[in-house]
Design a protein around this ligand. Sequence first.
Ligand SMILES: Nc1ncnc2c1ncn2[C@@H]1O[C@H](COP(=O)(O)OP(=O)(O)O)[C@@H](O)[C@H]1O
Ligand SMILES: [Mg+2]
Length: 755
Amino acid sequence: MADAILYGVAQKIIESLGSSTFKQIGSIWGVKDELEKLNNTVLTIQAVLQDAEEQQVENHHVKHWLMKLREVVFDADDLLGEFSTHVFRQKVMDGDKMAKKVRIFFSRSNQLVFSFKMASKIKATRERLNEIATDWNNFQLKLERPLKTQDVTKDRDQTYSYIGEEEVIGREEDRKAIIDLLLDFNVKDNVSFICIVGIGGLGKTTLAQYVYNDKIVHDYFELKMWVCVSNDFDVKKIVEKIIESATKTKPENYEMDLLQNKLRKQLNPKKYLLVLDDVWNENEERWCNLKRLLMGGARGSKVVITTRTKLVAEITGTIKSPYILSGLPKDQSWFLLKQMAFGEGQDTIDPDIEAIGMDIVEKCQGVPLAIKTIGRVLYFKTTKDEWSYIKNNELTNVTQLKNGIIPVLKLSYDHLPSYLKCCFAYCSLFPKNYLIDKLTLIQLWIAQGFIQSPENNKQLEDIANKYFMDLHWRSFFQEVEKDEGMNTKFKMHDLIHDLALSVSRSECALVNSNANNVIEKVRHLSFSFANVSFFRKNLSTLVKANKIRTFILACDPWVGVGETMEESTLKTLISSFRYLRALDLHGLKINILSNVIGTLMHLKYLDLSSNDIEVLPSSITKLVNLRTLKLSMCVNLKELPIDIKKLVSLKHLDINGCKNLTHMPCGLGKLTSLQTLTLFVVSKGLVNSSKHCDGLVELNRLNDPRGKINIINLAGVKDAISEFKAANLKEKQYLSELELRWNPEGNDGAIACDD
Ligand SMILES: Nc1ncnc2c1ncn2[C@@H]1O[C@H](COP(=O)(O)OP(=O)(O)O)[C@@H](O)[C@H]1O
Ligand SMILES: [Mg+2]
């Protein structure tokens, strides 16, 4: 267990206290001294956190202390957030002159009361913090960081931008052996089963992929399918995935009978290859149920299964003995370590360092995932002494690999810079094997305040992207898919996911089906099922976790929900979670979104996509911190809020597929920092309506639009050429794609241009 996220929040407090907003607050409201004292306290706390994190493993007093501390630090962050939001809202209102007059007339005294209240709240929080902070003397927590956790920074900016195709090292013989088994025609049954067995991180999936993509294999089989099975051995789900892999389309939610027929149709006359990756099931009956369905292939069909346990292999394999994968040979291990630990073009390596390196790979027992992550730790260690330190002090307890390679991975985690630790720990919210969308993750990180403020005009999104690349570079993430816009979907290796779980246990919970892991103190919740009745049934348990900052649905987007989320349940949920930074309610068939949404003053990320909403409550424009608003595929949505310009922080507005939108709201162009605007609907008729925006010229007011814009209804534009000139899209350097449609839908000759 660790406290990466706590560290991140402390960092954020220090940053906001140093910001111009808080300097202003300090002098205007006479709380400068209080704020300064608060800053000092948090600085001290942050300095000892690292050591506390390590000590709490053995010292339960420290652990308890950390728990108390966490409560207060989060409260302090909430309080400051409330403060700055208040100021922010005032500023937004000041922009509106009428509102300003009204405000001055009515609320002088309110202001005074407010500032008095805030000042005393800050003082109270600081005193609580102080009280706890003084305790750290009792534990003799160390202020400075010991050698082992110092990050010797070596500039590696070049590697951020590009991570090459991953090379498979030292698996030629294994590849040949497996291919021989695949091409073997001299078999008893039409379909035979081959098991690859080995511990986690050894390279089973990699080897299976290597073979799967081989040209001879590709030409030999008529049909190839790849399915990631993992923990959940649900025959119906597996069959769905097999069909999906075979047809490249997701099947509807059919009954089992129909699915079986579909599967049979796919497999029947063909010589197929199926990979079932990462099978855990030890239940023979379930296996037989699946096996029966697979037997229909033509002679020579093969099923490859990868698994960690021999028992699974015994149940599933028909070929005499499973293929036991060994670790990489020593020379190949060293080759892989060298690749990770030294930059490109380093040919000569100090023989002393090489000798230490050889010992280190020995401890990794040829497991590539261990070698890769430790290699990245060593990348930052340039001297012999540092290499020895890792070998002698930090790798001592991993000689046996009794617990697999988790200790090696933990070591790599310990060496992450703090800002990456919290970003990584947060990823435990996604279920195992979940395909994580990079842009979404980046937006969630930003919403939580994990991204350090950029210098020199850089966008938070760009910094967050660097964090992502860095974690990828260190093998904490594995890229899986890239779309045309260069957005990535990625996964975490099973063991890396276990690591994320173990370091975030106190703060994040992936809610289980009876919600008994939702405890009051948890700060981030995710649900791997969008099951409306679940929310209704467990409402009273859920709302107890009333300090959560994250509520996300991490489920397969194509699994539709049956029921509609009722207004009352939704209202209770929203009004209980006042401190939410990120709220995801996509695909819940929501008709009406309650006005209470406007009370979520900290909210930065709101995903309402794929719901049935027709209008958004006007209170939504009170969310001055909102940075991401996702409404894609809200096909009933008629219009965007009239006062959208009040959402001054908005950077990402995704309204893709909102085909009932008739116009863009007035003042859209005032959101000058909008980066994502996926759709622009040109008004039909009624152009002078005060509700509507000024037309394409609004696009010119956006400073930094990125990605794709889809402009529809162009038939409504009288003078398209001059409107386009006014929109000035040529000058927008990060715009990657433009799609133009004359009518909202239909084949009217869409023009797409990439630039
Ligand atoms: N032969 C290899 N050469 C280089 N990297 C490898 C090799 N085998 C595995 N890896 C890397 O090690 C990590 C774990 O491999 P993986 O195949 O997922 O392990 P397993 O399926 O056995 O748990 C991945 O990042 C993968 O790229
Ligand atoms: Mg695997």
